[in-house]
Design a protein around this ligand. Sequence first.
Ligand code: SF4
Ligand code: SF4
Length: 91
Amino acid sequence: MSEARCRPGCGACCIAPAIVQSFFGMPDGKPAGVACIHLNASLGCDLFDDPRRPRCCVQFKPHPEVCGDGREQAMVLLMQLDADSQPEYES
Ligand code: SF4
Ligand code: SF4
């Protein structure tokens, strides 16, 4: 499989999915659809080389199935992935 590259000026994966764990600057984690406090004006990560960057961000790698063909598609794909990964509760 060819290696996917992160698209400059995207930042979709720093907005669409929730981060459920507490991390530096966002002690309650990050809700889905909310921009991370560390996402800068260039849609890059201000914590990129910082050890306080959440582990889930370090482990996340670009992949065509989540990055899509553009930022808008990535937002849709990642929001869907986030919704699909929520636990189901019986009413
Ligand atoms: S969604 Fe993909 S292309 Fe966009 S910022 Fe994240 S890793 Fe990069
Ligand atoms: S810490 Fe950086 S990589 Fe992680 S969600 Fe925030 S801006 Fe994105």
